[in-house]
Design a protein around this ligand. Structure first.
Ligand SMILES: *Cc1c(COP(=O)(O)O)cnc(C)c1O
Length: 452
């Protein structure tokens, strides 16, 4: 065996040992593990160190200081665990070390992205030929989709925004819901639209944009909708708003970072009815599709709008008729993100994806039922995978949350939702079982009873 084989097998052994131990481990690293991170803080030495030593140090200091977010009882934020099939595919893809800027950089990387993109469009009822970019996550997917919208709306008015910029350009009005995700506002800021110029539409009690409150048409407009509120999981009434916005000539973008995948489940698809009517979408693969970080998708109905915003030409780069990845996204050099997406979809199939979504939602309902039965206030309609619970006063809710996080059985994060302090439970991993829910629920209820 070569040194390289030894090293990679050593890494695989360490990684599998790590993953096997996850279900037994406290979710948050111990104080000792965090203190040991100081061990990394040292001057860079002059001489090389053997790769085995580097790996051993990483495992010894690093592994204990990880958050067990890949494990079955992590319910913080909206993260999703990585399916073993996607971890394995990513390992292989890392060994390939492909650069998917163009087909010429990686035929296999480009091919798998195109196939995965086609499958996703088909699953979601988006037209074949929809433009797509594999990006780092929904933040950048929102940015790319809105850049495509900016390109298309201004091109219609005879303004080449990529060439001339926004100075002196016709104004574009941005409309977004009261509960719009902060990364969408960041994209708006980065694109030069100005956060404070966004027209905010009031939301209903669940955080959904109110269709009756949509402002009247006035000039070129981008309407930003949301499928899957990051707190409540609620989805804007897409089927109602999109046709109305289109009738007024607007471009409609849907931030569907995790809500997108509801479309895969017959039971939950009605929540996102009308999704396919929009002009652009942002979604994450590293959340509910359960692939490793970093992986999201920008989807744009008119591929030329996305290309118009993103395409570059250089004498040394290929110039042909293929779907060249870098013509659709913000990056040139990048890793083969589509490999893990392809692996997730190929592994799960349509039925497996539906089952993953449904299982997470069922677990969320189980949490909600258990918490309500014990007299705690569940603040949202648990329509998807998100549960918001209050333990009375904001102070007590924060105390319970901190105690749950410290106790280690499970990990949830906190939020303030429509003025109410809440603990936020997000069920987004293939690995979570009913037993994990029951064990976590028992821990939460016991801890809440102790916090008077
Ligand atoms: C998570 C999330 C984002 C941001 O996605 P990243 O992958 O973290 O960049 C945007 N919008 C919504 C609704 C989200 O849930």
């Amino acid at each position: 065996m070569t040194d390289q084989t030894d090293l990679l097998q050593n890494a695989a052994r360490r990684a599998t040992r790590y993953l096997d131990a996850l279900p037994q481990r406290a979710i948050w690293p111990s104080d000792a593990a965090l203190a040991a991170l100081e061990g990394f803080v040292e001057p860079l030495q002059r001489e090389p160190v053997p790769a085995e030593t580097v790996l051993a140090r990483l495992d010894q200091l690093g592994s204990p200081a990880t958050v067990a977010s890949a494990g079955p009882r992590y319910f913080g934020y909206v993260v999703g665990g990585a399916l073993p099939a996607t971890v394995a595919a990513n390992w292989l893809a890392t060994a390939w070390d492909q650069n998917v800027h163009h087909w010429a950089g990686s035929p296999v990387g480009a091919q798998l992205e195109e196939v995965a993109l086609g499958w996703i469009c088909d699953l979601a009822g988006l037209p074949a030929g929809t433009g797509g970019a594999f990006v780092t996550g929904a933040s950048i997917a929102n940015l790319c989709a809105l850049a495509a919208a900016r390109h298309a709306l201004l091109a219609r008015l005879g303004w080449d925004v990529e060439a001339r910029g926004l100075y002196g350009a016709p104004e574009i009005r941005i409309v977004a819901g009261e509960e719009v995700h902060s990364t969408l506002l960041k994209a708006i800021a980065l694109l030069g639209f100005g956060r404070e110029r966004v027209v905010r539409v009031p939301a209903d009690g669940q955080g959904r944009m109110r269709a009756d409150a949509l402002p009247a048409n006035s000039g070129p407009t981008i309407v930003c909708l949301q499928a899957g509120d990051v707190n409540a999981g609620a989805c804007d009434p897409l089927a109602e708003i999109i046709p109305a916005a289109h009738a007024a000539g607007a471009w409609v973008h849907v931030d569907a970072a995790f809500g997108f995948w509801a479309i895969a489940s017959p039971r939950h698809a009605p929540l996102v009815a009308g999704l396919g009517l929009a002009d652009s979408w942002a979604t994450d693969a590293h959340k509910w599709l359960n692939v490793p970080y970093d992986c999201g998708l920008a989807l744009v109905r008119d591929p030329l709008a996305l290309q118009g915003a993103m395409s570059i030409r250089a004498a040394y780069l290929p110039d042909d008729d293929r779907r060249e990845p870098s013509r659709f996204g913000p990056e040139l050099s990048r890793r083969a993100r589509g490999v893990a997406v392809w692996a997730a979809l190929k592994h799960l199939g349509r039925d497996g994806l539906a089952a993953l979504v449904e299982r997470c939602c069922e677990h969320a309902r189980r949490f909600a039922t258990g918490l309500a039965a014990a007299g705690h206030a569940v603040l949202n309609d648990v329509v998807l995978n998100q549960v918001l619970v209050s333990f009375g006063s904001p102070e007590r809710t924060r105390r319970v949350l901190a105690a749950v996080q410290a106790e280690g059985t499970c990990w949830c994060s906190g939020t303030v939702w429509r003025g109410q302090t809440a603990m936020r439970i997000s069920v987004t991993s293939w690995a979570t079982t009913k037993e994990d829910v029951d064990r976590s629920l028992a821990a939460i209820l016991r801890i809440a009873a102790e916090q008077v």
